[in-house]
Design a protein around this ligand. Structure first.
Ligand code: FES
Length: 575
């Protein structure tokens, strides 16, 4: 087959049973869009654009898109934009995670089905970057991830505000009666005031740093604010890099490797990053057959210091992180712990990058490895009879006084149950109790929402209680904080041990031992297991994507991907 014909517009032809006719027809229809013959012979760089009116974080994408196109043209390619679905975090019901896999399928299939030689992925808001990385990994065409960049902060009086840690902080104050209705309404308009992703080290920012550490984004681009001129220059450079990769292909499968995934995990731990990032990194790696184990995460966590002083763990915002040195400065501090021979879409290794002059680093924001904020990583996995396949605690955002504790369980059986009783003055709950939320995992009706940050009951917050141990199979926003045990696996909806907890049971948390135990004897648990029945609507009574999701979604320790999207393992010895 003629290699030349496999490039640009001649790739992946529509099948009419006559190849030359397919080329002829495609050229004819492409010409109708005003392209000259000369332009149509160029290699094509697709641009997966997740702009949407339902995604505030991506509202600057039209301008960013022009810069990407400029870069592709400068690199000798023809830029062709195509839309994919977008996931605006706060506009999706029941939760954006449910649609991450749908977006990954959209991205993968449109990369594969349309004629392009490389692709730039434009994403940013929480689930969009993992979805695009998952799709690109499966399609395995040269790809550059371009992120939206974070929002700038705003002001309320003398105080600096940034979504969304401050959203939660002020909402907590409002619930405790410390802030009036007029004030909370005023603050509402000041929390998110520019384009870009949430202004703290939440999921979007953590995923941006992961993409850069993996090598899927250009060096130095993760933290550039959305509205900064450097963001446009990063877009132009990303377009150029994608065009370059047409001649010198670097495939996602060469970039996302066991070593780069470990580097990315180290980055998450040093950032005190979002718990969601572990689910997403597991899913991205899983697309290339790379397993992320929580046991390995604990090993890495034991030797990776927390270096980044950003909310919700610390005190600064993403724009400070950018001016302080960004991902590059963190990578240099982690240098002895990293694999240096991993490849990036810039065409260099991580080791090459680390050779360069670091420039200015603000150590108030990015600590040195010699004097870290915490000696160990921000996340820890817990195991025990309550979570045989693991659970996650963001210890860097938790109250250390609660790390070794046994308490009485106060159980909420669903999100509805939680909403209806949490502020009941008669709720039997004390500050030393442990709140448990069941049936909020991936296969539950709610689809594993960011509901693990259970609100402190009003009657306790009015007494000044700021934190309690909270346990669930749900997730938590990367912008949230507290002693919150998440992603309990297996989940309650499929009969995991979390489903067997009853009011009054004793639960023991030990961060030192990495354990979470339900102190109920096995005979009683067996009795409860015998009584348990799933009250989820069975998949056969659902339809469409909801049915696909209910049937196929995997547990948190497998990244909540769909089983059928993992690589096919061919049987080496077929019978
Ligand atoms: Fe988009 Fe927070 S809402 S990143």
């Amino acid at each position: 087959m003629n290699e030349e014909k496999e490039r640009g517009l001649s790739r992946g032809l529509t099948n009419y049973g006559d190849r030359d006719f397919s080329v002829y027809l495609r050229n004819s229809f492409a010409s109708s869009m005003g392209y000259s013959r000369e332009v149509l012979k160029k290699p094509i760089v697709g641009i997966a654009n997740s702009f949407s009116g339902f995604n505030n974080c991506h509202r600057h994408f039209p301008e960013l898109l022009e810069a990407v196109k400029r870069g592709v043209l400068l690199g000798g390619g023809l830029p062709i934009e195509f839309p994919t679905i977008s996931l605006g975090e706060v506009f999706l019901n029941p939760t954006s995670l449910k649609f991450r896999n749908l977006m990954s399928m959209d991205t993968e299939e449109m990369i594969r089905a349309q004629p392009m030689d490389a692709v730039v992925l434009m994403g940013g808001c929480d689930k969009t970057v993992p979805a695009q990385l998952m799709g690109a990994a499966s399609a395995d065409l040269p790809a550059v991830q371009l992120v939206a960049g974070p929002m700038m902060t705003s002001r309320y009086g003398e105080e600096r505000l940034g979504a969304c840690t401050d959203c939660r902080r002020y909402w907590g104050k409002y619930r405790a009666g410390e802030v009036s209705t007029a004030q909370i309404n005023d603050i509402e308009g000041r929390l998110a005031t520019t384009a870009g992703t949430c202004a703290v080290m939440g999921t979007a920012s953590t995923m941006a740093c992961i993409a850069e550490t993996l090598g899927m984004s250009l060096p130095g681009t993760a933290a550039i604010p959305a509205v900064h001129a450097d963001r446009l220059r990063a877009a132009e450079a990303s377009g150029r890099a994608a065009a370059r990769m047409v001649e010198q292909p670097i495939l996602p499968s060469q970039v996302i490797t066991e070593k780069s995934v470990e580097n990315a995990m180290r980055m998450v731990l040093a950032l005190g990053g979002s718990t969601n990032a572990i689910v997403h990194l597991t899913a991205v790696a899983g697309r290339l057959g790379i397993k992320v184990s929580l046991e390995r995460m604990n090993e890495l966590s034991a030797t990776t210091p927390v270096l980044v002083n950003l909310k919700p763990v610390g005190s600064h915002y993403m724009e400070d992180f950018f001016f302080a040195g960004g991902v590059g400065a963190v990578l240099r501090e982690l240098k002895p712990l990293l694999h240096h021979d991993t490849l990036t879409v810039a065409g260099e290794t991580l080791g090459d990058r680390l050779e360069r002059d670091p420039g200015y680093v603000d150590h108030r924001v990015i600590a040195t490895a010699e004097a870290p904020l915490e000696p160990q990583g921000g996340l820890v996995a817990l195991f025990g009879n309550l979570a045989p396949r693991g659970a996650i605690l963001k210890r860097s955002a938790a109250d250390k006084d609660l790390f070794e504790k046994t308490g009485r369980a106060v159980v909420f059986t669903s999100l509805e149950d939680l909403a209806s009783r949490i502020d009941d003055p008669d709720l039997d709950i004390e500050r030393d109790d442990i709140m448990v939320l069941q049936n909020a995992g991936p296969k539950s009706a709610s689809g594993m929402p960011e509901a693990g940050y259970l609100p402190i009951p009003k009657k306790l917050s009015a007494q000044g209680v700021k934190d309690m141990i909270r346990i669930s199979d749900a997730r938590m926003s990367g912008t949230a904080f507290g002693t919150i045990v998440l992603h309990v696996t297996p989940e309650a909806s499929i009969g995991g041990p979390l489903a067997l907890v009853r009011n009054g049971d004793q639960i023991r948390l030990s961060v030192a031992n990495r354990s979470i135990e339900l102190l109920v004897d096995e005979a009683e648990l067996a009795r409860r297991r015998g009584e348990w029945c799933c009250d989820n609507v069975p998949p056969e009574q659902r339809r469409g994507y909801d049915r696909l999701y209910a049937t196929e979604v995997l547990q948190a320790d497998e990244g909540c991907d769909f089983a059928f999207l993992k690589p096919v393992e061919l049987d080496a010895n077929p019978t």
